[in-house]
Write a new protein. Sequence first.
Length: 353
Amino acid sequence: MRRTLIIAAVISALLMGIGAGQGLGQWEDEQALSDLIRAARSGDTDAMVDLALAYYNGDGVLKDPFKAKCWTKRAHDLGEKRAEKVWNRLKLWQYSGNCTLEFDDRPEPANDGGDSFREPVTGMRFVWLPGKCFRAGCGNDEDCGRNALPAKRVCLDGFWMGETEVTQQQWMAVMDRNPSRFKGDTLPVEQVSFDDVREFIRRLNQMTGKRFTLPSEAQWEFACRSRGRRMPYPWGNKDYRPRANCGGCDTAGTRGRTAPVGSYLPNEAGIYDMGGNVREWCRSAYDRKGRDQYKDAKDDESGRQSSKNSPRVVRGGSYVDPVSASLCRARNRALPQMKTNYMGFRLVLRKIN
């Protein structure tokens, strides 16, 4: 009975014409949407068709006609009568791609928020962030840069986020030289380009048999906001001199250089240095107009959607930046070949086993 009411609430929202990017707004509706996804993944064919419509229209989830096609096809194959009508009305056959069993069917790992994992080869620690929909970017009622407009509803699956920026010791466990200006095992590695980082990840994945990536822009902001909360800075609301390693911050003796990772208090998700130390590469291509900056939140892992030389998103303030650069919604860009002593990275771990 409860699942029927949940699906009815989502369908009602869809029929009311909620536009792409607006989302469902309230936590109760977000929970309803999460339950709808869970029901579809568990084999409920009625829920599969409803979820396909949500993906096609971009209502509460990222607009994705391919997933709409695949969920409709799966429902049809399992005997759902509505699926054929939806398939023909939306002309879903025109969207290319093979609907494998794993297209949108990954079960959530059995982890709770705050669980941690230590990768044995490098010693990197990761914090589990459960999946959720959240409001990313900046609203018209907020003081922010134009490239952070407009605010968008983004839905993410759960993921493991690097507890700290990658250190020089961790870099050297994989690579053959240390390019950093400020030398120290526990200092963040810097002066690494996007291309350098991709090579590091390629070697690390080969060594460990795991799947590391850079965070997408949406994942980074979700982590900075302590699992998507409406807070402007990783430490919460604006503070005159927050404890962090940035220009204008209370740096406690590390002004003008990088600090050992984890030197300052973590945010409420248990993640360090998201508001200082070094800016951080994201895997997402930079959208110049700012309108579609989260369109690839789930689909940009390989970078296939952008050319090799496309500018990439860089997030987070650094030791040379003012406090305002530490806003969780603040965005920068850099060419993949760029290297500076105030830019490093942290990793996302896709899967432990």
